[in-house]
Design a protein around this ligand. Sequence first.
Ligand SMILES: NC(=O)c1ccc[n+]([C@@H]2O[C@H](COP(=O)([O-])OP(=O)(O)OC[C@H]3O[C@@H](n4cnc5c(N)ncnc54)[C@H](OP(=O)(O)O)[C@@H]3O)[C@@H](O)[C@H]2O)c1
Length: 245
Amino acid sequence: MAESTASLAGQVVVVIGGSAGIGLETARQARESGARVVITGRDRERLEKAAAGIGAESAVTLDLGEPGRLEQVFAELPQELDHILVGGSGPFYAPLAELDLDDAERFMNQHLVGSLRIARLCIGRVRAGGSLTFISGTGARRPGVGLVIAAIATAAQSAIVANAAVELAPIRVNTVAAGFVDTPLSARLLGDQLEERRAGLRATLPIRRVVGPEDVAALVVHLMTNTALTGATYDVDGGQQLIPG
Ligand SMILES: NC(=O)c1ccc[n+]([C@@H]2O[C@H](COP(=O)([O-])OP(=O)(O)OC[C@H]3O[C@@H](n4cnc5c(N)ncnc54)[C@H](OP(=O)(O)O)[C@@H]3O)[C@@H](O)[C@H]2O)c1
């Protein structure tokens, strides 16, 4: 019988990039479902505040830009893990003509090789039927000026999870691809245009409201608990990719 509904009681859920936005909301919902939650982030103060706010079991500093640290962090986690969410470091937008190739290479390395590194660290640590989920985006599926690196990363992420799902089985591996989500990252990127963007989305999105981190988190928690799901990319964008702009 399918093991699906709701409870994460007693399960160990690790949220990389869990001190804000989508990661923090996922950590909160996992806690509400009874999970033992470990969150990571770079800024220690924000991390500890977030951990205390949701009752996380522990909070570990980690910068995804430092691959060696990733291995250390895994070594410190409980031996058997149930679910891992990889949120983290945000998009990379730059027109080709202005692209700093060293920055682009660092970004690709962190996102693509970094995803492989995390997938490999799950072997022998995430239990059978447990899950690894990455966050990706829908915004760079349509070509546009400044989107080339984001587009490559988005396409590659789907290829990574499909292949990793086959190789890591019975660990399940998926990507959640989000459109605009109303998080601190979006607030930073948009600055004083945030309100205008929210209003535009409310008026034009098929769902007639703005997608929030809780919407994305609900999908991630579903992927943790629905053991039929692996190897795929799940969109949560309120229909944003169906409309112009
Ligand atoms: N918001 C959107 O509209 C949207 C849309 C599509 C995809 N996404 C993707 O979803 C993921 C989460 O986005 P969000 O909007 O929730 O961002 P957010 O609100 O900025 O939260 C990001 C979290 O990740 C941590 N983090 C950031 N950079 C990191 C790094 N280099 N290494 C380790 N941890 C890092 C942050 O803490 P510290 O800063 O303290 O490290 C924080 O806990 C990102 O990958 C983003 O690109 C977001």
